[in-house]
Design a protein around this ligand. Structure first.
Ligand SMILES: Nc1ncnc2c1ncn2[C@@H]1O[C@H](COP(=O)(O)OP(=O)(O)OP(=O)(O)O)[C@@H](O)[C@H]1O
Length: 516
């Protein structure tokens, strides 16, 4: 049991298995009552107060001490075999979900040695597994190991795991396990918040379906359509009329248009995936279409719904809503891999304090001293006030500074909402060609985008909240099983130090100060 102080954002408590939050004197009352309620509890850890271990009292010196204690507890419990799989743990703490997770199917979650093929071979066609191995995926990541058996059992799932942990492959393997290419119908719908993520997911889906084996060439191929806002939908309409694709990866606007025109029918759908689900629910442009889609899909009998994200704030509340609103079936499982470490361990977080007028020169100095292989510089969207004042967008200013004064040989690219579909697509595919780049981007590049060669992230502007920090930082460190460190640097003013500290507390990481 971890008791967190609310003034530190409740970040520790949010991820603890059972939660009690009290204030100063109130904490001890909370601890005592928790000890009475939960006889099995071995340790109560109070951040900013006392830590009791079987009646011993420990003063917690710092947050890092608390975080490392939580990790020890988590690892210790895991090695003793007392920690049930995260799936069953999450289910059992929720009053509204079944606690029988993993009992109806083999419990792979505890077997650390299984290969992806071992987990998937009874479910996923062999030519797909062959492609998975050709691409170089043999060992499952933690979320794949925990989620795939549950996904193959047909249950609805919330995939909740760090950025870059392989959630895409997990849900695509499920999709390939249920579709039947002999049926002429759209059978899987993958909904994403941005065109860039849509292009990327469609590319991975096509890459897995590409046939390398003569024996499957005679069968009907699996087709993947990208249905993305901003492009012209004419070609997709003719395609849908002529021969429906097996899988559609789309953004909500275009998908809803096609659904309204009855070009896509939900009745034939087997799987609905909503990627970056928390983003969609928090986006005022997307939330009503998303709710409409989920309600329509809830009437389909043979359905499976998957939600994925690296951040699901108030996940218990979300799980409750999923069932109450019938967005999922009642036995939905929340699979939370590595809950005490919201961000990848390979990230090194730093901050540099300077005045706003010094930020451009600070950025140039950082780029020179870090010499990144490839980097993303995040800049906030221009405010309405700044637009009205006739200022140039900060993204353009940063691009100009880099083009005029950066000495490295990087390709310098821009990715932001307002540039047109074709230029955005061109920028994005150029990034994927390899070579060194510096991408100047707004938060549209913050979600889901997978550019594994990115070694450095710079927050030229501080992200607006901890969730945005997590996703921006997560654009690096995207090579599962790699030991190499990737660096996230925030350029902040002295006044912003307090805000960054808040993010550190919420996301349980430590940020080192950097001096130029
Ligand atoms: N089993 C695996 N072995 C090796 N690499 C893998 C494996 N599964 C996925 N990857 C690679 O890991 C990277 C990150 O995967 P993916 O884009 O699915 O992350 P994600 O969990 O969706 O992250 P985000 O939350 O940021 O969207 C990709 O480059 C992918 O190719």
């Amino acid at each position: 049991v971890v008791v967190d102080s609310p003034e530190f954002g409740g970040g520790l408590a949010a991820e603890a298995d059972q939660v009690a939050v009290g204030r100063n004197g109130g904490v001890d009352d909370g601890v005592d009552s928790l000890e009475r309620w939960l006889p099995e509890v071995e340790m109560v850890c109070v951040y900013g107060g006392v830590c009791r271990k079987r009646h011993q009292h420990h003063q917690m010196q710092s947050r890092s001490q608390t975080v490392s204690l939580m990790r020890d507890l988590y690892d210790g419990a895991k090695s003793l075999g007392r920690r049930r799989s995260t799936a069953s743990l999450s289910s059992s703490v929720s009053p509204i979900t079944s606690s029988s997770t993993n009992q109806e199917h083999p419990n792979f979650a505890d077997d650390q040695h299984l290969t992806l093929r071992g987990i998937c071979q009874a479910h996923v066609p062999d030519h797909i597994l062959h492609r998975v191995e050709e691409v170089g995926y043999f060992t499952p990541t933690e979320i794949q190991r925990q989620a795939l058996p549950v996904l193959f059992s047909g249950r609805d799932c919330i995939l909740h795991a760090q950025t870059g942990s392989g959630k895409t492959l997990a849900y695509l393997l499920l999709v390939y396990s249920v579709i039947n290419t002999q049926r002429s119908a759209v059978q899987a719908l993958i909904v994403v918040p941005t065109r860039e993520l849509g292009m990327q997911v469609a590319k991975v889906a096509r890459m897995l379906a590409a046939k390398s084996d003569q024996s499957v060439l005679d069968n009907k191929p699996c087709t993947v359509m990208a249905l993305l806002d901003g492009g012209t939908l004419k070609r997709q309409k003719s395609w849908l009329k002529a021969e429906p694709p097996t899988i559609i990866v789309g953004t909500l606007g275009s998908l809803c248009q096609m659904l309204e025109k009855q070009m896509i029918k939900l009745e034939s759908m087997r799987v609905l995936v909503i990627d970056e689900v928390d983003f969609m629910f928090h986006s005022s442009n997307q939330v009503s279409s998303l709710r409409k889609l989920l309600i329509s899909y809830s009437s389909i009998s043979n359905r499976q719904t998957i939600f994925a994200s690296a951040s699901i704030p108030q996940h218990r509340r979300f799980l409750y809503d999923c069932i109450q609103q019938k967005w999922t079936k009642t036995d939905v499982v929340h699979i939370h891999a590595n809950p005490v470490q919201p961000m990848p361990a390979c990230l090194l977080h730093r901050f540099l304090i300077c005045s706003r007028s010094e930020r451009h020169s600070a950025l140039l100095s950082l780029l020179q001293s870090d010499a990144p292989q490839s980097a993303i510089i995040f800049v906030n969207e221009q405010s309405e006030k700044s637009k009205k004042a006739g200022n140039a967008p900060a993204t353009n200013v940063v691009i100009d500074v880099l083009k005029n004064s950066h000495e490295g040989s990087h390709e310098i690219l821009l990715l932001e909402e307002k540039i047109n579909f074709n230029s955005r697509a061109a920028s994005f595919s150029e990034l994927r060609q390899g070579g060194s780049y510096i991408l100047v981007a707004t938060d549209i590049a913050g979600r889901g985008v997978d550019l594994p060669d990115t070694t450095h992230i710079y927050n030229f502007d501080l992200p607006k909240d901890a969730v945005h920090y997590l996703h921006r930082a997560g654009r690096t460190g995207r090579k599962p099983f790699s030991e190499s460190k990737c660096v996230v640097t925030s350029i902040i003013t002295l006044e912003e130090r307090f805000v960054l500290q808040k993010y550190e507390n919420e996301l349980m990481f430590l940020c080192e100060e950097l001096f130029l």
